[in-house]
Design a protein around this ligand. Sequence first.
Ligand code: GLU
Length: 493
Amino acid sequence: MNTAWFDELEERIPTENVRTRFAPSPTGYMHVGNLRTALYTWLIARSGGGKFILRIEDTDQGRLVEDAAALIYITLRRCSLTWDEGPDVGGPVGPYIQTERRDIYARYAARLVEMGSAYRCFCSKEETEKLHESGLKHCPCRSHTPDEAQAKKDTGLPYVIRQRIPEGGQTTFTDAVFGAITVENETLDDHVLMKSDGLPTYNFANVVDDHLMGITHVVRGSEYLSSTPKYNLLYEAFGWRIPVYIHCAPVMRDAQNKMSKRHGDPSYEDLVAQGFLSEAIVNYVALLGWSPRGVYAEREFFTLTELSEVFDIDGISKSPAIFDLEKLKYFNANYLRALSPEDFYRGALPYLQKAVATPHVDLTLIAPLVQPRCDTWEDIAPQVDFIDALPVYDNALYCHKKMKTDEENSLDALQAVLPLLEGLDNWTYDTIHDALTGLATRLELKNGRIMWPVRTALSGKAVTPGGAVELCQILGQDESLRRIRHGIAQLSI
Ligand code: GLU
């Protein structure tokens, strides 16, 4: 066999100590579990001073979703999981899209056939089904001599290439999370490595690519744990170095069920659309199946840079993690509160613009009032819904025990406030504040006796971001006066 072609590829394999890859299939949205895999993979690369590679696994043509690859790039970038090599940035061992590597898989598969570790199978789908029904493990193709197989191939019959699993014995491998795993070879199938369309299955492509791309640590979901012995047999057949395996237990929606988009569980994109910050999602997702240890054991909040300093493989758990939206809200609320006023305003602006249509309302006044009261961006709209239109409210809202207000004294308060506010030439926080507190002082009342009725008249709500003065300022003089008059009228009936 001419090995020059293979030698040339093998010589390109980089030799860094740590090279990891995220290898998504472009089949839709970024699930929380996928994002976690990407994050852990990135963290292992970064904490080890190594390279993080992005590889698109698009060989299952039936499952491809248009634009899914673009969505993967966008998601990773939004989460700051930058890659050193990948389809768009290139690198020494490209191409990084599997359908562009057909020739490589075909040649390695042919080599495996020559070595006897794989064989061409000419059975039709029906024949394979029949075989399984009859309880037979292997089809006759497995026992073809090379000449017989070549003769069949020459007739132009379509075929797949199957891995030849050894008849007896065991295969053992060690997973960094799950420990040593041993399987009896007889429990493994001769699975398909190359399909009749000339494309590899995941089972083959992952091994060839991880080898040729110099991947040192393979991070993936634990659903691949049971197939890993077969991959090991391939590594052994080729005489390749086996990477460190890091299989991660699934992310669950509850004790029984994995998270699933079909059952309404949110993807990363859904969470962003629901008003969560990428930084908070990343922080929370890091802790779904990994725990910091030592001095960081009690800590919950980590930036990505901090994570890349403290993340360690030993902290990854074998137990499934349960995704808890409430816990994510807790993280998000903390991240929102920690934003600088400028950053909060920038992030809040689209939500404020959507929630407030009234022209000339100064949205910069509203942002700092809602900042401490939001778990997510979506919490902005319901807080400011009274700005465009005063809701219908009940007079009972004026009655507040602690403020010592009732309908009667609220009417008195509003009647006293109205001319004062009408008389203000200058409508600023200070002038409004002084007018209202001045009135309370003159009447020898606690501020609340005046502020509560005004706030109620302005908002028709029991809870608002900001108090009477802020609401006056936001609504402007004309609208504030109109609402106070409306309150007086409503209380007078
Ligand atoms: N393409 C596989 C998936 O999306 C990747 C598994 C792996 O990382 O090896 O599940």
